[in-house]
Write a protein of this length. Structure first.
Length: 285
């Protein structure tokens, strides 16, 4: 996948550019009458990235429809998870690899919530330009932290005011597949180190089958420049519950189609995300 040059001349790295595609899906969902969530910034992100407008992002079958279903359901799932954590008393929220996440602006937070967004500097710069242009204010205290998940990001969060002695809820949405297995392992371990018992973590785990199939089909590693799977570096272990337990997280794993049905939107078979895509609600033990 290629880097993206925004309409302001800012270059987003390939992984950052995938966030624009996610924003396009969220913008399309926001335009629906029976939507699962509302994202007031998504369409602005898409336009500012030079897409010219929000187009129809998916059909009714095939990989495109599966991607739309995956992004839509995981967004609602993590919305519910983080708000539930706050209802139970958590007042610290950390979004790792935040991309163009607009939860600080679109969710109804308790008054004293603090929310940290960590991502690459250019991604956050683009995001801040769009937010400023729209004149939106977050509905909680929002702190942006430029950093790289492959480096010492936990230290940066503590320096930015995160209290490791108070409950925290972590979100890592659509992030781990773009990290090596070692970095993903380090991420859940470091999050545990900064979490008191009862803290929560919401994860999305890509399908191991999907990555294996892609590698079989592209032995030379080359593909269409728009193919986001080409950027995947790993997937979580098949036995994700055991993997997370080894780092101090008691995890409940959810199926995308099952969650979508609970939201009143059954996914037809041709549009179902690849087998093995998982949604995780984990609690620090």
């Amino acid at each position: 996948m290629l880097s993206l040059v925004t309409d302001r001349g800012l270059v987003l790295p390939p992984v950052g550019a995938t966030a624009v595609g996610v924003a396009a899906i969220r913008a399309a969902e926001t335009a629906r009458s029976a939507r699962l969530f509302t994202d007031p910034l998504a369409a602005s992100f898409v336009r500012a990235a030079g897409f010219g407008g929000v187009q129809k992002v998916g059909g009714t079958r095939g990989p495109r429809a599966s991607l739309v279903a995956w992004v839509t359901v995981r967004t609602r799932f993590l919305d519910d998870l983080v708000l539930d954590a706050c209802k139970r008393g958590c007042r610290q929220v950390v979004i790792l690899g935040a991309g163009l996440d607009a939860r600080a602006f679109r969710l109804d937070w308790p008054a004293d919530v603090r929310l940290w967004e960590l991502d690459l500097p250019d991604v956050l710069k683009f995001k801040e330009e769009v937010v400023a242009a729209q004149g939106l204010r977050p509905s909680c205290e929002r702190i942006t932290v430029p950093g790289d998940l492959a480096e010492d990001w936990s230290r940066l969060l503590v320096q930015a005011g995160l209290d490791p002695h108070a409950p925290v809820v972590w979100l890592a949405e659509g992030v781990l597949a773009y990290l090596s297995a070692e970095v993903s392992d380090s991420l859940v371990a470091h999050a545990a180190e900064l979490s008191v018992p009862g803290s929560r973590m919401g994860l999305t785990l890509a399908s191991p089958e999907r990555l294996r199939a892609w590698r079989d089909a592209h032995p030379d590693g080359k593909s269409d420049p728009r193919d986001y799977v080409a950027l995947w570096r790993s997937t979580a272990p098949d036995k994700a519950t055991e993997w997370l337990a080894a780092h101090g997280w008691q995890a409940e794993i959810f199926d995308v189609a099952e969650r979508s049905a609970t939201y009143g939107r059954p996914i037809e078979e041709p549009a179902r995300p690849a087998n093995g895509a998982r949604l995780v609600d984990a609690t620090r033990t």
